[in-house]
Design a protein around this ligand. Sequence first.
Ligand code: 8YV
Length: 309
Amino acid sequence: MKPRVLKIAKLPPMLDEALHATYEVVEAHQDGTGVNAATADIRALVANGESTVTRQLLEQLPALEVIAVLGVGYDGIDVVAARERSIQVTHTPDVLTDDVADFAMALLFGIARNTRVADQFTRSGAWANGPFAFSRKVTGARLGIIGLGRIGKAIARRAQGFDMSIAYTGRQPQAVDHAYFSTAVELAAAVDFLVVAVGGGAASYHLVDEQVLQALGPQGYLINVGRGSVVDEQALAQALAEGRLAGAALDVYENEPRPHPGLLGLENVLLTPHMASATPDTRRAMSDLVMANLQAWQNNTALPTPVPQ
Ligand code: 8YV
């Protein structure tokens, strides 16, 4: 008999196929509600970076042994509650770093050079009435990174290719050649582009608030490829609408899949649907890593990518 797995995420077709080939897959919503079958003998759970696994859900899964997250971020998972029951939690770091860093640069360039509005301008024929407005030069600008982890460092490497000066904030200074600021406000005040590359959770909740946006100022741009919860989206929409910030480019939102309505009508924003890691190669690698973690769990061997302690 195939082991039963609870799936609480929309998964890439290749992972769905692999899961169905090996397991009996029981489905539920992203927040773990609406389970469509009995759960007493479910021993594994597959989630993604947007899923929530609460203590309550874990209580409904008395036989659960492993949670495999498709994604590097696992802020939706109550890891403390899982550990109390020795449930192992895995994620998919590294394999998506390049895509997410590439996409951060795409967003940065897109908002700085105003490509979204320029495309509309070209298509609409408005060009016939005169040239498009000037946009912001990127090469040589000052970049601030919130969260100099794997993805933050990959963004820094790319930015160095554009002669950008790099500064960062994080829990502590690291052995790198970039300027360190102990707070997001100080960092924001010192840069032109502020990129959020930090994960979600209580520690980073609304780290980018009114004060940080104020410090970034009317010439400053915000880019977010980390988690929506890091940015106070209401404050951001207001600052953008009032011209207190030059622009923002976001791939993640506080309430996905619905960006703050105040953002939708603004010209100086670039909005993408949480797609930074969504390329076939990367989603294949992420899917393979989920399967490798589940296989190791079944074989009772060390899991390849457990979440850090
Ligand atoms: C994915 C992510 O979009 O890795 C993460 O934490 O948020 C993304 O790479 C997501 O987890 C898959 O749906």
